[in-house]
Write a protein that binds this ligand. Sequence first.
Ligand code: FAD
Length: 366
Amino acid sequence: MTATVAVVGGGYGGIAAAKALDDVADVVLVEPRDTFVHNVAALRGLVDPEWTDRIFFRYDELLGRGRVLHDRAVRVDSDAVTVGSGERIAADYIVLATGSGYPFPAKVDVDDSTSAKEKFRATYDALAQADNVLLLGAGPVGLELAGELKAAWADKTVTIVDPVDDLLSGIDFPDKLRAELRRQLHEMGIELLLGTSLRTEPPSEAGEIKTFTATTRSGREIVADIWFRCFGVRPITGYLAAELATARRANGHLDVTDELRLPGEQRVFAIGDITATPEAKTAKAAGQHAEVVATNIRTLIHGGDELTSYQPGPPSIALPLGPRGGASYTPDMGLLDAETTSQLKGADLMVDALHEMLGAPARNDR
Ligand SMILES: Cc1cc2nc3c(=O)[nH]c(=O)nc-3n(C[C@H](O)[C@H](O)[C@H](O)COP(=O)(O)OP(=O)(O)OC[C@H]3O[C@@H](n4cnc5c(N)ncnc54)[C@H](O)[C@@H]3O)c2cc1C
């Protein structure tokens, strides 16, 4: 009898795990979206209409034997996944890969790609009318969005406000990376207001075109026509049945063993942004988790018991500021300049790897 593996969530980690196990198990990938969303390229997808369609990929070509069930897991027990329709998928192994939510446009908050594309286009139209853009948050998303905005519309003013005193707070990167990013942001005319926050929330919805004046706690007035929230990542793990929910921390992350199983569970694994592994949450890490988990499930299916351990990686980042700007850092290679960053990520935003796994992007259906 072939083992059944339920993979819950078809993001970067889930598609890698599902594909890696397709030849050895009956894989059921549970994913509510009708297309994979390549959110690594979402900010370019906002400012450049040619890119909007390129971030959506159909799941049709992912699996040869397995199936994709377009529904949301509402309950996961140690031996079954129950979805919104009420269907219960009994599984020998479960891989939790439900990732994280983040305010639009960094991540998309609707499941159907037609509505998602409409949202990108409506926000693009709003942005096109705006002269002054306010971004709240100087983490990777705020900086990358600022770079994309300036690369697309050099004449707009872009201001970033963050209560912390420096860029990329809370991540163990060397000062030279921050210094290089600050230099390029300054050169692009992006204003950084750090160590302060707005006295009151903006009066409009994020992404809505409506001129307002915001005042920072340091007394600075900022006129903005539109604003975006560039903070607030949130792991999605609310569907665990009581027996599994003991793995969940207060912030929603899941404790995992070295083999990436939930503690005390033999057949339930977790990968990607939902894990509490001590490292930055990245698509790259999610893919590496998937590799380890697929190897371990394969071993268990074949009756083995020598499982592979996951080693969290050191901090590294590729942070484009538009297609040609930005900076990167890896412990091996140190600080990498704008040109190298463009080659690593900025120019093609890593779509090639996805073409290989998922085929061509889902075309524009407007
Ligand atoms: C703007 C931006 C740029 C980034 N750039 C990079 C980069 O350059 N390099 C890098 O490595 N990382 C980057 N990241 C981080 C990267 O996107 C995340 O780490 C990655 O998405 C995590 O993958 P994941 O598989 O864990 O989850 P996700 O990609 O979040 O996928 C989770 C999937 O689970 C589905 N799901 C949710 N709930 C349920 C449920 N109840 N049932 C079934 N399915 C469910 C969702 O629909 C989604 O498809 C970037 C992030 C952002 C926001």
